[in-house]
Design a protein around this ligand. Structure first.
Ligand SMILES: O=C(O)CCC(=O)C(=O)O
Ligand SMILES: [Fe+2]
Length: 361
């Protein structure tokens, strides 16, 4: 068995016979070695489904990230056991309701005893550690993991930027057009997130997906998971949730050992004038007997520096809006921070609506 394999994270195999999608597999080593064909495939995927598997086992940076994610998984197995009252003390930023969900604890569903029964998140802020602009202190039950979180965020930032550099070349943008907006030290909403989906107590799948259909309000997301549950859709239903995607348009993306699932976020749609596409996805209760086990995932996402104007960049490959087509004189351009808060709030409200909970809590 290869040293990066972690069979203990896979309590039950992914069941056969389910609708699954075979995402393309790209190689980190080939992307990092400027392999032209591999870069072309990456660009094409990002103009279509916006989801792919990235093999991390063929490059030292990839192996480093993989080991980091495994260690974070082990941390996740322990830290969610901390009493709820302690977890609530690790607060999200106090802007609007949720801020950018880049730091702090958040649960999305409680049982009658006040314990989380659906989904809880721990967010660790990259800017908190690296921007030098804040005094970022983790609660005592997370503080021993600071070095692990720092090194995992740092390695992920390198890989985010490998992908962003390929996308800026594909769009014929000047070198640095994307990467200079995603520096490790920027003030941004970048985060490392541990997600915990407790297994339903009655053993039956949740009536509603614990994470409903959405696209991430980020630039690039790196998702590690070990249980099934992640699904993507080929439905063209609008993302405003006025129309539900038909059930038969959802396909499972099974976890693949040694690989991270990469998905492009909505920021890249905006900056590329919709040439690049963010992948719509959701997370349902893990299928079959996997549903009897808690699900943990680790998500490491890059966002642009918080003052970045959220509008299309200029390039011959990016269709430019003609101001004469817009009698209102153009929409207000939000900063990455304002825009991100709006997007996160939409997703959180959608979860609450689905759970029949009041919208502000
Ligand atoms: O837990 C997962 O597998 C995905 C979570 C997700 O989509 C998100 O937090 O945006
Ligand atoms: Fe997501």
């Amino acid at each position: 068995m290869a040293e990066y394999e972690t069979p203990e994270f896979y309590p039950v195999p992914f069941p056969d016979g389910l609708p699954t999608i075979e995402l393309q597999r790209l190689s980190l080593a080939r992307l990092m070695n400027d392999d032209v064909d591999q870069a072309r495939r990456l660009f094409e995927i990002c103009t279509r489904e916006g989801f792919f598997y990235l093999d991390l086992t063929d490059h030292p940076k990839g192996l480093k990230l993989l080991h980091g994610a495994h260690s974070v998984h082990r941390v996740g197995q322990e830290v969610f056991k901390v009493p709820m009252a302690e977890k609530y003390k690790f607060e999200p930023r106090a802007s609007y309701e949720t801020g950018l969900l880049d730091t702090g604890y958040k649960e999305l569903g409680l049982d009658s005893e006040g314990n989380c029964n659906k989904l809880e998140l721990l967010n660790i802020s990259q800017a908190g550690f690296f921007s030098g602009l804040e005094d970022y202190t983790l609660p005592s039950w997370l503080a021993p993991q600071e070095a692990l979180f720092r090194s995992t965020l740092q390695t992920a930032n390198v890989i985010h930027n490998v992908i962003l550099a390929i996308l800026e070349r594909g769009l014929a943008l000047p070198t640095g057009a994307f990467t200079s907006l995603h520096r490790l030290v920027d003030r941004s909403g970048d985060f490392l997130r541990i997600l915990h989906y407790p297994a339903p107590k009655d053993g039956k799948p949740h009536a509603h997906p614990p994470t409903p259909a959405h696209r991430d309000a980020v630039s690039v997301a790196l998702l590690f998971c070990w249980q099934g549950g992640l699904q993507i859709t080929d439905s063209t239903a609008p993302v405003d949730h006025t129309v539900e995607e038909p059930e038969d348009t959802w396909f499972f993306v099974p976890p693949l050992p040694g690989h991270v699932i990469v998905n492009l976020g909505l920021v890249m749609e905006v900056l590329s004038g919709n040439v690049l596409r963010a992948g719509k996805h959701r997370v349902v209760t893990p299928p079959g007997p996997q549903g009897l086990h808690d699900r943990l995932s680790v998500l490491i996402s890059a966002r642009p520096e918080e003052n970045t104007p959220m509008r299309a960049l200029t390039s011959p490959k990016i269709p430019q809006k003609n101001p004469e087509d817009d009698p209102s004189g153009g929409e207000e351009v939000l900063s990455a921070k304002e825009w991100g808060i709006q997007q996160v709030l939409k997703t959180v409200h959608n979860i609450r609506r689905q759970n029949n909970e009041p919208l502000s809590q």
